[in-house]
Design a protein around this ligand. Structure first.
Ligand code: 5GP
Ligand code: MG
Length: 378
């Protein structure tokens, strides 16, 4: 079992080795075998995709009574069934009318999914529904529904492996890992992607996120999320935006601070579109220092003004933004960029973390240059 794994942008540490899972699955299979020894009929083993795929396989090869296999996927909440159940079934692979169904789940947390599914199966005509889950978080499970078979109970922490995912990744680990909340925050890296409009920041940031397992911090995305979730910060921001006003630095910084705090186990962050002024750069330093961190590197994509000019005009034409094709408007954007961000560049040069990269060339060529710089921070 590896000591520490990186799944997407977070570290996880060993939690349940495969051998212990096997023992727990042996025990739960034995109980099911015992209960179904003299069963009249053929139950259906119902694998709840995707998470239960490995557990179902391990369980089924231990069952020694006649049984059939079927699978089901539940969408997240959409549509409403007659029972008031707010889930949509994506492909129940066989009819369950009049049948006894043994539902096989990977994990039961609040129990919302399993109670929805239980109601849904009875609604679809199942004669009896038994629940078998590999894992249960008893601290959070507050439902009345009886869980017939529980292989193992765990604490209320986020896990991956053995079928369980983090953003669809990590299902293929044979052992189970737990989100690492103990990695010292000083080990977290903080990068900035910097450059004039049209320098390819978005494209290169996406490549960096994927290659280096970084978490993207875009102030625009954060704002939209706060507004969508109707948080106090979001409401404050919305009021200002609706009046055509700029969101003040404090609000943006508050969002960044909570993003940093809400993400334990993250390997590093990449800031995109922030800071835009020296005042914001100073605030960011303070926010990071409060969390034992710092800006490790400012990856600055440099292209000449003529290229910026051409790229903005080209983009405006392609996207049919008439305003942006006017030379004086483009020049104005370039001038504003220089006036505002040049001081930020000087600020980071003074801190010794400014890494300038020639932004001319193909996407791959530029990314290779970024990778060469990033080697210093691995
Ligand atoms: P519930 O509806 O019981 O709150 O949540 C059950 C579903 O949430 C599971 O089927 C699984 O998809 C997801 N889930 C809950 N806890 C965890 C966890 O610790 N790790 C992972 N990867 N998924 C979890
Ligand atoms: Mg599941």
């Amino acid at each position: 079992m590896e000591n520490r794994i990186l799944v997407k942008d977070r570290y996880f540490v060993p939690y349940i080795p495969y051998e212990r899972l096997e023992q727990a699955i042996d025990a739960v299979a034995e109980r099911i075998n015992h209960d179904f020894k003299n069963f009249n009929g053929t139950p259906i083993i119902l694998c709840v995709l995707n998470g239960s795929i490995l557990f179902t396989g391990e369980l089924m090869k231990r069952l020694n009574f006649p049984c059939e296999f079927s699978s089901i996927r539940l969408s997240s909440y959409e549509g409403t069934l007659s029972t008031g159940v707010t889930r949509k079934v994506l492909g129940l692979t066989s009819s369950i009318k009049g049948r006894t169904v043994i539902v096989v789940e990977d994990i039961v947390d609040t129990g919302k999914t399993i109670t929805d599914l239980h109601a849904l199966l009875l609604d679809a005509g199942a004669a009896d529904v038994k629940i078998c889950t590999m894992l249960l978080k008893p601290e959070v499970y507050k439902k009345e529904l009886k869980l017939d078979y529980v292989a193992m109970e765990i604490e209320n922490r986020f896990i991956v492996g053995f079928g369980l995912d983090y953003d669809q990744l990590g299902r293929n680990y044979k052992d189970i890992y737990i989100l690492d909340t103990n990695t010292p925050r000083t080990m977290r890296k903080h990068f900035l992607i910097f450059g004039p409009p049209g320098a390819g920041k978005g494209t290169q940031a996406a490549l960096m996120i994927e290659r280096f397992g970084l978490r993207h911090v875009s102030t625009g995305d954060l704002l939209r999320r706060e507004i969508a979730n109707g948080t106090p910060l979001g409401q404050q921001a919305k009021t200002l935006i609706d009046q055509g006003l700029l969101v003040p630095d404090e609000v943006v910084e508050g969002m960044i601070a909570s993003e940093l705090d809400a993400n334990p186990g993250v390997k590093g962050f990449i800031f995109d579109g922030f800071p835009r002024t020296t005042a914001q750069a100073e605030h960011l330093d303070r926010i990071l220092a409060d969390r034992d961190g710092k800006v490790d590197a400012v990856v600055s994509l440099m292209i000449p003004d003529e290229t910026v000019f051409e790229r903005i005009r080209h983009r405006a034409e392609v996207e049919n933004r008439v305003d942006d094709t006017k030379p004086e408007i483009i020049q104005n954007r370039i001038d504003t960029y220089h006036a505002k961000t040049e001081p930020v560049i000087s600020y980071y040069k003074g801190k010794g973390c400014y890494r300038e990269i020639d932004g001319l060339g193909t996407i791959d060529e530029v990314f290779d240059k970024i990778c060469a710089v990033m080697k210093d921070y691995e």
